[in-house]
Design a protein around this ligand. Sequence first.
Ligand code: ZN
Ligand code: ZN
Ligand code: FE
Length: 761
Amino acid sequence: MAALQRRAIRIRGQVQGVGFRPFVYRLATQRGLSGFVRNDGAGVEIEAQGSPSALDDFLQALRQPPALARIDALSVSERVPDPNVAEPFAIVASGGGATTAEITPDSAICPSCLAELLDPRDRRYRYPFINCTDCGPRYTITAALPYDRPNTSMAGFALCPDCAREYRDPGDRRFHAQPNACPICGPHLDFRDAVARPLAAGDVIALASERLLQGEILAIKGLGGFHLVCDARNSAAVARLRLRKRRDAKPFAVMAANVPSLLAWVEVGEAERRLLESPQRPIVLLRQRPETERRLPGLAPGLAHLGLMLPYTPLHYLLFHEAAGRPAGVAWLEQPQPLLLVMTSANPGGEPLVIGEAEAARRLVGIADGFVGHDRAILARCDDSVLTESVFLRRARGYTPQAIRLPCAGPSVLALGGFLKTTVCLTRDDRAYLSPHIGSLDNAETCRALEEAVEHLQHILRIAPERIACDLHPDFPSGRLAARYAAEQDVPCIAVQHHHAHIAAVAAEHGLCEPVLGLALDGVGLGADGGIWGGELLKVDGARFERLGHLRPLPLPGGDRAAREPWRLAAAVLHELGRADDIGRRFGAKADLIRQMLERRIKTPATSSAGRLFDAAAALLGVRASSDYEGQAAMELEALAHRHGPATPLADAFHLRDDGILDLFPLLAWLSEGVAKAVGAACFHATLALALSAWLDRAGETSGIRKVALGGGCFLNRLLTAQLRTHLEQTGWQVFTARQAPPNDGGLSLGQAWIAMQIKI
Ligand code: ZN
Ligand code: ZN
Ligand code: FE
């Protein structure tokens, strides 16, 4: 018999709270090894003793971890074998040490739990808090590391004997499942009426289901916050929800029981199906079928795509189960189900998502007709994530707080983002931890949520940042908070130019350390020269950047107001084109004042913003004169172009000027001449893509660089991104886009952090 060996194995990554230790235990006992496994602050520590071949085999098997686990690093070292060790392999208590282990994101209910949930003979039949080591809440119920029950919002629920047995049995799916619970010992649902008074509801699911089918709007507590929910097929209910939420046109997300139920309404590709069904269960933007908007009015008015998601909590499944007449088993989930539910974040007036019962009562009375809550507290606010097939619009539930790997390690940075769609980012070594989507800092509640997010992230990761980063803009609440933290903690505060940060975010996730060109197409951000930037061609080299060019500036009559009123930009273009007389003719008497502002240059700053270029194009075509939400005009323009199909670019509708400026005014002039909307929208996209690629080609020749990073909110436009990528790849460019963080301002903090890490102080 070969001599015994003993090996110490250290594993880093997402290995706590995911059933990793029982997995190790099973592998070790199957191979007759002795030793132990335990969690510590850095991950998992194993010592295993046995024959060399059994140990090799064990190491091999460790590399296929359980569903929610992810191994980032595995190191092995030899130990002196212990000749006396004959006792079986054991799972031992958590070790100490500084905490660097990661908290796992929340995960949708797994197939095993779903089968039990719908099995009338199971002791957890229809129990909405069923979970196991492969699924359930994590980040949103965790107050601190290590991830053990006393550090979660399950702390107050003592396990009953049956649950305790599962919890202690290494062979059980619920071994050390911290949120383990059952109807005897766990949390329960409650129903409150329209003024948030408790109602003796009997069966809460049955009552909620009945109310929804009657057209009521319910506030339902989910994993990371409350949703406002109504029957998406009931257009009166949808209209009432819009009215009460004061949300005129912004699209609503919809939940369906399964993918087959979606096929009548939207197109679902293979990659999209995988995303929809993934344990992260994001909202996926799917192309609407031609009749969908007419048959389901009010969900995503005027847009090409509709946001859809599948159920992810047991409670969601139970609502569909109830509507289907409580069939036993899971076979019914293979069939299309008619029920569609609007599931929109309960964040009245653009304020943060509601997470607590008392808060729901305070903020949602008057909006909801009833409340479905429960006694398992949400400790971290976390919105639903929103993605297209490959790009994040919002990164939150299911992904937070999973780290994004940086090209190299550096000082710890806390970056506070910008103003719109804010997130914060905290780094340690070569990891960047992005907070969930926080929102726009235009109200006091969201500013408070920003501080809470910083505190929660710092607390669960136990990172004391060595540097603070923020936007260059002096008046953002995030910048003021950055200055305060820097002063309190006596660390440097680094202000980062907005578009530099957009490009750096893309460079960071792709590990680009060499000089690259950056094309930032965005709303607006403060430029290094004090101007309002947003359509920038940059050369980025780590912590430095150079502005090689920008879009020809557009005057913004009325400043920020012009962003909500695209017609003002159309007026500005006509003025620049020497056709000021057309302004009144097209936009009526209200335009006189704007015309005077343009002529006298009063309150009319100029901007190179690409977002405003889209607004101008939309208004010149008559697509949209004023917007209900940011990006609406551009999204409708894109929807029209999608509907039209491919178009030939107008090769002479732009100028590449010697000073690096890309002038698209000839294209705007053409759009203003009474072109049909869909044709104009399609040609606008095609010509813009061609012009941008010609612009980059020229900068590529001068600089010798053939790698380009695309950043900024305009790259949520799929048509533009796809067409530009095609042009660039044909001419030999390597194109990098935002994949792990949103290209919009939701990814800004990542870029800020990566720049601040690289600055030499
Ligand atoms: Zn499960
Ligand atoms: Zn129990
Ligand atoms: Fe931006």
